[in-house]
Design a protein around this ligand. Structure first.
Ligand code: MN
Length: 581
């Protein structure tokens, strides 16, 4: 299925296309990639994909995607092997003998992620993304998973419709945002676009029909503008490494149209013009020149170089009024920023030498957004010496900043974020106080476990409850979260109150009834900061002084005595007596 039929944009990466995985394997069968290639081909021999193609084609495609991201040999080899343990007779032990611990670790990581399923749209999608990162332990596992998903999405048409929808939704809600968070814009956009026709089939059809012409008109307009821009820049001795166009993706066009009455005429950035320079200084200089010839639209100049987006994206954006009074969006960035924008964290592999420009060249004190992924980026950037030391480099890919958190899953697939050392009781209270209070047992991954069992990331936890059950004091010994501790304590306290200590009193007020008396009595009671639970009037006919019986929510003698004095001062109150009940 065509993703974006308007994708005539030049492909993002400059330089040579890396040699394909097949070529590498055939040229050097003894290399790691060569051996993984042969091994996977043999292991999956005879297996077919739903499309009827040999299964191996999927592994080769995933490995080629990793290769196009210029990831290391080990990751590419693990990409070739990522389904062997799960889908063939090959065991982790076999793989270890053949390829060593590291590959097994990566392959197992991908298998673990395969068990994470996202079933319904839910506000906790962010937790699921975090869980994926935490479960991976190593970013290369995520890269392999993303390459796997990308190829599965490209071939989703061959899968039964029910499954298509689930996978598309999971891609749209989990994997595309995850790629975006990792700064892999190109991938994130492609995943959203691939999911779009499955999630919005009608809208997709409409867009393909109606948007094509608009795209084409914009492209022709910008093609005419290109030499003019080049010339103006040249007059000022500026020469971009590359000028290309960025066509707005179908999925993002759609979300923008929703805010613009579905009127494509209103979308001025359908196609943006993109200039790549050597340095950021050249970007700023070029921005000045562009503004000199075409006036910028106020408020539309965005300096993401000085102030990168939370995911690290850097670029200058401006919207100018171009020839024929048409609005044009320009994007200017350096080559390094460009690589980062397209490939995000994966770009750290490309530049082993980044002396010319500091990676993520911003040193601003960003207190404003301490989102987890920004943390991840910072922590990546704080290991700049990895080009000197391969081991340190790999070590730096270990995702260890979630060490103190675990992510456990409910049977419905909702991810619960907990501190390390948490037990099923903590989990239960995190879902709902009542579930915590009435917990009698727990199953983890379908096995009954003791209530002090220490949960691990990825555990599927089912809480067994019993009505009217109360928490046990014993739980306080092992629960980890303060919310569980507090709930248990307060629940225990309530229990004691009911049994041991009274909490109510009853007032009997003999009155000479008059208009407004009841209101005066209730005002006096609420002024004493006591709540009325029940109010009854014993107005039997012929009774001279009816008796009001009021139940209140206090058993505090002093409070009650003060209240009695107040009540006695009310006109029409003849006598007040009380007792604690
Ligand atoms: Mn796969």
């Amino acid at each position: 299925m065509a993703i974006n039929p308007f994708e005539w944009i030049t492909n993002f990466r400059g330089g040579d296309k890396p040699r394909s995985v097949k070529e590498t394997a055939e040229k050097d069968p003894k290399s790691l990639i060569g051996r993984a290639y042969a091994f996977a081909k043999k292991a999956h021999h005879g297996q077919k994909r739903q499309s009827g193609e040999p299964y191996f084609s999927h592994l080769l495609a995933a490995a080629d995607i990793l290769n196009s991201w210029r990831l290391d040999e080990t990751t590419i080899a693990a990409g070739l092997l990522h389904d062997t343990v799960e889908d063939t007779k090959v065991t982790a032990e076999d793989l270890k003998k053949e390829f060593g611990e590291e590959i097994v670790f990566l392959v197992n990581g991908v298998s673990k992620l395969g068990r994470v399923k996202y079933r319904e749209q839910d506000a906790k999608a962010e937790n699921l993304r975090k869980m994926i990162v935490a479960l991976s332990e190593d970013l290369r596992v995520i890269f392999i998973k993303l390459a796997d998903r990308l190829h599965n999405m490209r071939t989703l048409a061959a899968v039964p419709p029910q499954k298509q929808k689930r996978i598309a939704l999971e891609t749209d809600d989990i994997y595309a945002p995850l790629a975006y968070r990792l700064g892999m814009h190109h991938l994130a956009g492609e995943l959203h676009d691939l999911a779009f026709p499955y999630l919005h089939p009608k809208e997709n059809e409409w867009l393909l029909k109606s948007a094509a012409e608009h795209y084409e008109r914009r492209r022709i307009y910008l093609e005419k503008l290109r030499p003019v821009v080049e010339e103006k820049l040249k007059e000022h001795d500026l020469e971009p490494i590359k000028i290309d166009f960025r066509a707005k993706r179908i999925s993002s066009l759609y979300s923008k149209l929703l805010h613009h009455d579905m009127d494509i005429e209103k979308i001025y950035d359908l196609v943006a013009i993109r200039l790549i320079f050597k340095t950021s200084a050249e970007c700023y200089a070029a921005l000045g020149i562009i503004h000199k010839y075409w006036p910028p639209l106020p408020g539309r100049i965005k300096d993401y170089i000085a102030m990168p987006k939370p995911n690290g994206y850097q670029s200058l954006h401006t919207v100018v009024i171009g020839p024929e009074h048409k609005l044009i969006e320009f994007q200017l960035r350096s080559q390094l920023m460009h690589e980062h924008a397209e490939q995000g964290i994966a770009a750290h592999w490309i530049y082993k030498d980044n002396k010319g420009q500091p990676a993520g060249g911003h040193k601003k004190e960003a207190e404003e957004d301490l989102s987890w992924i920004q943390e991840l980026r910072r922590w990546q950037e704080s290991h700049p010496d990895f080009e000197h030391n391969a081991e340190q480099f790999l070590e730096s890919m270990k995702v260890d900043f979630f060490r103190d958190r675990i992510f456990a899953v409910t049977p419905r697939g909702e991810v619960i974020d907990l501190p390390e050392g948490s037990t099923p009781i903590d989990f239960a209270y995190r879902i709902h106080t009542d579930i915590g209070d009435s917990c009698v047992g727990a199953k983890v991954n379908d096995h009954i476990v003791p209530l002090d069992y220490i949960l691990r990331s990825g555990d599927m936890v089912e809480i067994l409850t019993q009505k009217k059950k109360k928490p046990s004091e014993d739980w306080l010994r092992f629960v980890k979260t303060s919310s569980a501790t507090n709930h248990i304590k307060s629940s225990l306290r309530t229990k004691h109150h009911v049994l041991a200590r009274p909490t109510k009193c009853e007032l009997r007020i003999a009155v000479e009834d008059r208009y407004g008396l009841i209101k005066d009595i209730s005002t006096a009671i609420s002024k004493a900061r006591v709540n009325i639970i029940k109010f009854e009037t014993n107005a039997s006919p012929g009774s001279r002084f009816p008796i009001d019986r009021v139940q209140c929510d206090t058993a505090d003698r002093q409070k009650i005595e003060k209240l009695v004095i107040r009540l006695k001062n009310i006109k029409g109150v003849r006598e007040v007596s009380w007792k604690i009940i």
